[in-house]
Design a binder for this molecule. Structure first.
Ligand SMILES: Nc1ncnc2c1ncn2[C@@H]1O[C@H](COP(=O)(O)OP(=O)(O)O)[C@@H](O)[C@H]1O
Ligand SMILES: [Mg+2]
Length: 247
């Protein structure tokens, strides 16, 4: 059994079917990639896998435990974390504060109210450790709004990592990034692979093919192709979209 499994996932909104029948397996310690055209249902798939929407049919298991239909909070507490395609940061807060409020200890401390949370040295040290994992330790006390777009992406990943996830879902992390920031993000994700199991939705094929151990192509609400990057090079849909990307 895979670390994370989705079987026969079906999701519709009213009469509009977005996911017809999705089967996915993510293995521990790997980077799994998901690609597919715009509107194929990739983000919806993440929303189902991380509990935002319950599937209309199908099951999900994480480490052998059935998580189908659990709330996003319960799923998050089991060690499943995600980033969002639309960035979600507190701009007026310092970089490190965005991480601190995402730490599980923060919630626990806030409820006892004995000491001011942002002065807590242990929390700060832990947030600093996360920031160094995403290469932002030097800008920890800068306001988040002063970050470059690429640094914001890294911070968003840091926020997802603050939950100490066992698996982390990243939705199009290169969106809006230029070539240099994309290269830096690729280096960052290679480093994170040592510690985390990662699932990555990505439209930048070069980026995805370089990073992923296995890629699933979602189209028409189904997984139409799956394999290692080299196995997928010969897939006709992948070849057409690669040509489309260069054109
Ligand atoms: N909450 C929702 N209600 C209705 N339709 C939705 C909802 N979320 C997504 N969709 C529809 O699902 C389809 C797939 O969207 P999405 O999952 O964002 O695709 P992708 O991430 O692959 O570009 C789109 O047609 C979108 O309009
Ligand atoms: Mg999307």
């Amino acid at each position: 059994m895979a670390f994370f499994e989705a079987r026969n996932i079906h999701k519709r909104f009213g009469s509009s079917v977005v996911l017809e029948k999705i089967d996915l397996d993510f293995e521990q310690g790997q980077i799994s990639g998901i690609m597919g055209p715009n509107g194929a249902g990739k983000t919806t798939c993440f929303n189902v896998l991380t509990g935002r929407y319950a599937p209309n049919r199908g099951t999900m298991t994480f480490e052998g435990r059935d998580i189908t239909g659990l709330s996003p909070q319960r799923i998050a507490r089991m060690g499943i974390s995600r980033s969002f395609q639309i960035m979600n940061l507190f701009d007026d807060s310092a970089v490190i504060e965005n991480i601190m409020i995402a730490l599980p200890e923060f919630r626990d401390m806030r409820s006892n109210m004995i000491r001011p949370v942002f002065r807590d040295k242990m929390l700060e040290a832990e947030a600093m450790e996360i920031l160094s994992q995403v290469g932002l330790q030097d800008v920890a006390w800068e306001p988040s709004k002063s970050l470059s777009y690429g640094q914001r992406r890294a911070l968003e990943i840091g926020v997802a990592l603050a939950a100490k996830p066992r698996i982390v879902f990243l939705d199009e992390p290169t969106q809006g990034l230029g070539a240099e920031a994309t290269r830096q993000l690729s280096t960052l994700i290679k480093q994170l692979r040592e510690r985390y199991t990662i699932v990555l939705i990505e439209h930048d094929m070069r980026f995805l093919f370089e990073l992923a151990d296995k890629i699933s192509v979602i189209h028409w609400g189904q997984v139409i192709a799956e394999g290692t990057p080299s196995e997928l090079q010969s897939n006709s849909w992948v070849q057409r979209s690669a040509l489309g990307e260069i054109a």
